[in-house]
Design a protein around this ligand. Sequence first.
Ligand SMILES: [Zn+2]
Length: 268
Amino acid sequence: MSPYIALSDDIKKLLRRHINKEQLHIIIIFGKNKKQPTNSLSKKDFDFFSQFPFVSIIYVPNLHAKYYGNDSESVVTSMNLLESSINKNIEFGCYFSHKSNIPSLVPEDANVYDYAHRIVEHKANNVIYIKRPCFTYDANNYNRNKYIGSYILYNQYNDRGEYENKVQFTDFPPQLEYADNNNKYIYCGFCIRCCKEIHFDINQPYCPKCKTDWEKDEEKELRYEEYDHFTGEPSCGNTCKKYPILKRNFKKANDIFGPFELNKNDNY
Ligand SMILES: [Zn+2]
């Protein structure tokens, strides 16, 4: 997350190490230059990022924050992702880590990460580019999921820098499932117990392992689960085998995978 981005060869070299990691989601947030956003992210740098298999690029016009983080470490800093900032400026930053054994540092990294994700998901953003990896899912053995390539689901980057706010980051699934027919891909589903990506099937919303556990459970019909089968978001005990999709997501799931019967249930 940096208002201005101009990649140096050194930064590109570091990033390029991850170019074959189809499970690594790279999220780029840039901002400023309202009259000409391409001055904040050039075509050349856009093309560089768009080569990666799992990418989201978002333009936030009033972004002033600079944040660089992964799942376990982050830096909140004054430094833009510019070669000139790295070489010429005096910059300052705070480093946070989940890995740290100093307990007071641990929740701070999570707080910073959550705040960064709130910015990513904000409705006023302009989503510029979304590319998602696509896998085959074997219904009986999830260890054999195979990466078959990535699809660009959305791209509105243009040289004029005229961007629209038509879609939201949360409209897009994290992964796709390969469809062996005219549709090249479909959205995958999620296990309602462990959130693992699986084949979307409203009648079978568990991964193979959780399905086995569920079948052995004597009170299985009473079990409520923690995730939504369609979006993978936490359902806080409001989904189950019979009602695997939250009420608020049902229409969209039905548009994509339906039609299926809407079961009226207060637990949606
Ligand atoms: Zn599961």
